[in-house]
Design a protein around this ligand. Structure first.
Ligand code: TPP
Ligand code: SF4
Length: 279
């Protein structure tokens, strides 16, 4: 699963927990590496596509989901994983996220949520805590953070989960469940940035997180999941909030439901009439 690339993440970064959980999950699920595509965005998180030995596409900022969607629609045999940051997904890529959830695109999206724009050396993102002082908010962030889990739930998300990079074994089990589920498999991960986020540290999360499965949460109850998604403070839930089976985007698209685009013969295609019609 390793690549020859030199890992340049800071020692102790939460991204290591995600990388280790991902590798463990791919081995546990037993998908051949040729069948896996990892698409990543721009940021520290985006480097993950250099460190795992599968097919990879390091895209542009905020565009993980359009790329992942295209790959999956063209070749549904592939297991497509998207890796995004909180700014990459919840700021620059927010519109793509909203629509991927309701369309139920059959990909797994992993968001490395460190609650800060790291690669640009520390500004607030949509998930930064109110009052958080950064380069862009010297007097503290003035607005409440966005709640992406609640948003995914109210938009009919079919697999909605949250993990913690400080508990890679639990995170691995979430990625395994996501990889085995058909639909938009969304996992937000608390990923402490040990260099720039002095507030949301490993210790901060360790003191607060608890596992939904240990609290006997019913993953088929969207209403209860929504209640859980609003919990924030001394106790913060991680685990699967909600899961169901509903048709994916591809199932509802007659034009791509048949033979995959990558298998269609292209030798005899005549596009001259289309070109003519556009003149
Ligand atoms: C279109 C575009 N806009 C802005 C940037 C500048 N930029 C680079 S990384 C980044 C955000 C990084 O934050 P996040 O997605 O949270 O990832 P992290 O570095 O924290 O993993 C931004 C805004 C860019 N590269 N491209
Ligand atoms: S700056 Fe933060 S997110 Fe980036 S590698 Fe270092 S610890 Fe990780």
């Amino acid at each position: 699963m390793n690549t020859p690339a030199k890992n340049t993440w800071c020692p102790g970064c939460g991204n290591f927990g995600i990388l280790s959980a991902l590798k463990g999950a791919l081995v546990e699920v037993g998908i051949e590496r040729e069948q896996v595509v990892a698409v990543s965005g721009i940021g520290c998180h985006g480097k993950i596509s250099d460190y795992v030995n599968v097919n990879t596409f390091h895209g542009i900022h905020g565009r993980v989901l359009p790329l992942a969607t295209g790959i999956k629609l063209a070749n549904p045999a592939l297991a497509v994983f998207g890796f995004s940051g909180d700014a990459d997904c919840y700021d620059e890529g927010w519109d793509h996220f909203c629509h991927a959830v309701r369309r139920n695109i059959d990909v797994t999206l992993i968001v490395h949520n460190n609650m800060i724009l790291r690669l640009t050396t520390g500004q607030t993102t949509a998930t930064s805590q109110t009052g958080f002082r950064t380069k862009s908010t010297p007097f503290g962030s003035a607005v409440p953070p966005l709640n992406p889990i609640a948003h995914a739930l109210v938009s009919n998300g079919s697999f909605v989960a949250r993990g913690f990079a400080g508990d890679p074994k639990h995170l691995q089990s979430l990625i395994v469940q996501a990889a085995r589920h058909r639909g938009f498999n969304y996992i937000d991960i608390f990923q402490p940035c040990v260099t720039f986020n002095y507030l949301n540290t490993f210790e901060w999360f360790r003191q607060r997180v608890y596992k939904l499965e240990e609290a006997r949460h019913d993953v088929s109850d969207r209403q209860k999941a929504l209640e859980k998604s609003l919990e924030w403070g001394d106790r913060i839930p991680i685990g699967v909030f909600y899961k169901d089976d509903r048709p994916t985007f591809r199932d509802n698209l007659p034009q791509v439901r048949g033979i995959p685009l990558t298998k269609l013969p292209i030798e005899d295609v005549d596009i001259s009439r289309v070109i003519e019609s556009m003149k």
